[in-house]
Design a protein around this ligand. Structure first.
Ligand SMILES: Nc1ncnc2c1ncn2[C@@H]1O[C@H](COP(=O)(O)OP(=O)(O)OP(=O)(O)O)[C@@H](O)[C@H]1O
Ligand SMILES: [Mg+2]
Length: 263
């Protein structure tokens, strides 16, 4: 067990299941209408320092699960645990203070504000005296953003905007990064860059919960995979165990989508 703890501290997913999870969803029921829940008793365990991917067909509830984890949608019932503490019903604001950062799908920066102002918004969660240091650390990591610090975000290239989105999610030095569809709408080069950044997060020992339509990319990055359907876990396992099953499942998902049964 001592060896296990040391390995996991390095972000090694080989001993999945032997350590305390960073995020745990226990029988979570959640949705947008009380009488029509999207998540219907979802159970997830996202281990510390590893990448967990949630896959599944359109409408399965993947983004909804991420919103619950990030505190944007309170569960109707069930529990959300963060590092062993019950955080069910805490707001996104409170969870950000506890180290959870959400990178939503699509544009999440403000186009009519400068790069630096956007980073300051991302740094609100830090004590005032830490904010400047944190912004400078981001500029060290992405010199290109420093060059454009006074530029309005709308004038940045797509790639620069993506870097800004990622860096805004990182500025608070989160322990858990929740990412919805990191490559959607991006050119292949920008998508690769986006995955490269996610890989780096894992190397830094952060916990990543990832939703991705691109199953191949998700599998290249994830240590552990859940396949969701209709708000429940259909299958789960380590990436190596799931790869074969998933190609079957993806065909099935696509078949279903083609059959028009998915909203
Ligand atoms: N803001 C909302 N208000 C009402 N219903 C919603 C809202 N967002 C999602 N839904 C519904 O909840 C269900 C699950 O949606 P969700 O976005 O979680 O699916 P998903 O697995 O992320 O799908 P996709 O792969 O298309 O992104 C869908 O039926 C969807 O129509
Ligand atoms: Mg979604």
């Amino acid at each position: 067990m001592t060896l296990g703890a040391a390995s996991v501290a390095r972000g090694d997913g080989a001993l999945l299941g032997t350590v305390e999870p960073a995020i745990e969803l226990v029988d979570v029921v959640a949705g947008y209408y009380v009488d029509q829940p999207v998540l219907q008793g979802l159970n997830l365990r996202c281990q510390k320092g590893v990448v967990t991917a949630l896959l599944g067909p359109n409408g399965a509830g993947k983004s909804t699960a991420l919103r619950v984890i990030a505190g944007l949608l309170p569960p109707i019932s069930g529990r959300v645990m963060l590092f062993g503490n019950d955080v069910s019903g805490l707001t996104a604001h409170a969870l950000a203070h506890r180290g959870v950062s959400f990178l939503p799908q699509g544009r999440s920066t403000f186009g009519d504000m400068t790069v630096e102002d956007n980073l300051e918004l991302g740094a609100w969660v830090l004590p005032r005296r830490r904010r400047r240091v944190a912004i400078n650390e981001i500029f060290e990591r992405y010199p290109n953003l420093r060059t454009h610090r006074r530029t309005l975000v709308a004038r940045l290239s797509g790639g620069q905007q993506r870097l800004l989105e990622i860096s805004r999610a990182l500025i608070s030095n989160p322990k858990v990064v929740v990412v919805d569809e990191p490559s959607v709408g991006l050119s292949p080069i920008l998508a690769d860059r986006s995955y490269e950044e996610l890989r780096l997060l894992k190397e830094e020992g952060r916990t990543v919960v990832l939703v991705d339509q691109n199953v191949r990319s998700a599998l290249a990055l994830a240590d552990y995979v859940y396949s969701l359907r209709a708000g429940r876990t259909e299958r789960e396992g380590r990436r190596e165990e799931m790869s074969g099953d998933l190609s079957e499942l993806v065909r099935e998902w696509l078949g279903i989508a083609g059959g028009g049964q998915i909203r």
